[in-house]
Design a protein around this ligand. Structure first.
Ligand SMILES: NC(=O)C1=CN([C@@H]2O[C@H](COP(=O)(O)OP(=O)(O)OC[C@H]3O[C@@H](n4cnc5c(N)ncnc54)[C@H](O)[C@@H]3O)[C@@H](O)[C@H]2O)[C@@H](O)CC1
Ligand SMILES: Nc1ncnc2c1ncn2[C@@H]1O[C@H](COP(=O)(O)OP(=O)(O)O)[C@@H](O)[C@H]1O
Ligand SMILES: [K+]
Length: 499
């Protein structure tokens, strides 16, 4: 499991390292050295390295990197930005040391000075790091735009200047780096869109700073790696289909069949022993053909009976509700019955969430372990928060909503966020645009239900691992086809790699 820290947590980690007795210049030396090492590893043309330095400690890292380069025999050019009165103590110290080295130092105060970048063969961006706290304006913004038009590798120190460390939002303008060398651990802004596009390749370098133990839990994000799948219990060799649990999929509607197919098949591929699909009678024939492994329980719109659904719910160990359910009268009756009577671990997706958003009187803290899997549009309706607000503040909004609602959120986007009430928050970085295709969310819902069947007492693990697996399926499918041509049903063939 990797962890990402937000800006406040990084600051806390830096301070704790200094309290442990590692002086700031030592940390800075290691940071700067690791940047130079990563640059040299890639064999960039170092005949004219240009370093852009801001006023804070990120600028200090840049100045130290320039000094290390000059000690190695290169001839760096250092461009200083901002008011010298505002230099941090470490920046002042680094500039003082640099003054005795053969490096060209230019103070930039006007647009014309930016021409000094023209001959750069490599550019090091040390304008702002995690201390950025407002939009870039004036010469800073000009410099960023200028640099983004140059044709040389750009290496960002810690984070591309202008990218918000916590949200990935571009603050006015941001450096487009080919490589970001970041310290201690990843920062959410390096992986969230659009920041991730500006960061290029991200390399995390250890510089002697530890991750604090007593961090506010919202400041630390977890990131699933393949090795984390080991938390799933081994399959019992002597088990029968009952051992591997029964999932009831309350999915599909008179007009929608595919969502019921995709989610049921995904649950089966994830290792569920038995799947029953509760759906409209219109879907009987196609589902019998598409998923012959699944049991079917069909209802008629005209003569809907609550008892049948209650019996099916009683049969199940885990319930998935919502994929293609529709939002009509029967769907509403079905959802009400589910909410009034369910005590089993459950996954609520798509139309179950759309119905909840329309009928807010149904919203209450569930008394069963519950995962909800909204995409940004569904989340916007559910929380009554604008899509833009969600895009820019997904982590904080989702973790707060999980606390307030008592359910595990799997908020789906190009980067998905998983949060449990008063607990951990995960940021998913697996996956690609191959997943941006109709029905892909139904596959995810089926995987989530399938994993919940394996760890019913750990809905957070089921949600975080399913987002990871779904993302990996997207990546693997795109390798065999292309990101553009992957269809949701193709994803089903890759689940087996993780089951
Ligand atoms: N011991 C430490 O503290 C370490 C710090 N390190 C480096 O230090 C960085 C953090 O340093 P700082 O906290 O000094 O922060 P930064 O260097 O990121 O920037 C802070 C400075 O920029 C100004 N500023 C912020 N936004 C601005 C804007 N939009 N326009 C103009 N000025 C703006 C602030 O007023 C402040 O002077 C890290 O990202 C990392 O690169 C590393 O050397 C590792 C060790
Ligand atoms: N660009 C992307 N990169 C990575 N994952 C993506 C991207 N676009 C969509 N996804 C993922 O694909 C899934 C789409 O789900 P959803 O919108 O519910 O689809 P549908 O409703 O059509 O089934 C989500 O899990 C989402 O995180
Ligand atoms: K930077």
């Amino acid at each position: 499991m990797r962890v990402f820290l937000d800006a406040a947590a990084c600051k806390q980690a830096d301070e704790e390292a200094m309290q442990r007795g590692i002086p700031s210049p030592v940390l800075m030396e290691r940071a700067a050295y690791s940047v130079v090492e990563e640059i040299r590893k890639r064999e960039f043309d170092l005949s004219c390295p240009v370093v852009l330095c801001g006023t804070g400690n990120n600028g200090g890292d840049g100045a130290a990197a320039a000094r290390i380069l000059s000690e190695m025999g290169y001839r760096p050019r250092v461009l200083l930005f901002g008011d010298p009165e505002k230099y941090s103590d470490q920046m002042k110290l680094q500039l003082h040391i640099l003054s005795s080295c053969p490096a060209e130092v230019i103070r930039c105060s006007k647009e014309e000075d930016l021409k000094a970048c023209d001959s750069a063969t490599v550019l090091i961006d040390a304008l702002f790091g995690i201390g950025l706290h407002r939009d870039l304006t004036g010469l800073f913004a000009e410099a960023v735009r200028y640099v983004n038009h140059l044709d040389c590798p750009v290496i960002a120190v810690d984070i591309p200047s202008g990218v918000n460390t916590d949200t990935g939002v571009v603050c006015g303008a941001a450096i487009k780096a080919s490589l970001t060398v970041t310290f201690t651990c990843g920062k959410p802004g390096l992986f969230l869109f659009p920041g991730t596009v500006y960061a290029g390749e991200v390399v995390i370098r250890e510089i002697g700073i530890r991750i604090p133990e007593n961090l506010d839990r919202r400041r630390k994000l977890y990131n699933v790696e393949e090795s984390d799948l080991c938390v799933l219990p081994e399959r019992d060799e002597s088990g029968n289909k009952g051992t591997f649990r029964k999932v009831l999929c309350i999915t599909g509607s008179p007009d929608i069949c595919g969502a019921a197919f995709l989610s049921a098949k995904a649950a089966l591929r994830t290792g569920v022993g038995m799947v029953k699909i509760y759906t409209s009678e219109n879907n009987r024939i196609p589902l019998n053909t598409l998923v012959p492994e699944a049991l079917l329980s069909v209802y008629s719109e005209k003569q809907w009976e609550e008892d049948q659904l209650l019996r099916d719910m009683d049969w199940a160990d885990i319930i998935l509700v919502g994929c293609g359910l529709g939002t009509g009268k029967t769907a509403l009756k079905i959802l009400k019955t589910f909410l009034d009577h369910n005590h089993k671990p459950a996954v609520m997706d798509a139309d179950a969430l759309n119905l909840l958003a329309e009928h807010r009187e149904l919203m209450r803290q569930p008394d069963f372990p519950c995962i909800i899997t909204p995409h940004i549009g569904e989340l916007s309706r559910l929380l009554e928060v604008s899509v833009q607000d969600l895009k820019e503040n997904l982590i904080s909004i989702v973790s707060r909503s999980a606390d307030e609602s008592g359910v595990v959120f799997l908020a789906k986007d190009a980067r998905s966020v998983v949060a449990e009430p008063n607990g951990r928050v995960y940021l998913t970085t697996s996956g690609n645009s191959a997943l941006a295709t109709a029905g892909s969310g139904d596959v995810l819902a089926g995987i989530t239900a399938g994993l919940l069947a394996r760890v019913p007492e750990h809905p957070l693990a089921a949600a975080a691992l399913s987002a990871f697996i779904h993302g990996r399926c997207g990546t693997l499918a795109a390798e065999d086809r292309s990101e553009a041509s992957v269809n949701a049903a193709d994803l089903l063939d890759y689940i087996q790699r993780f089951s």
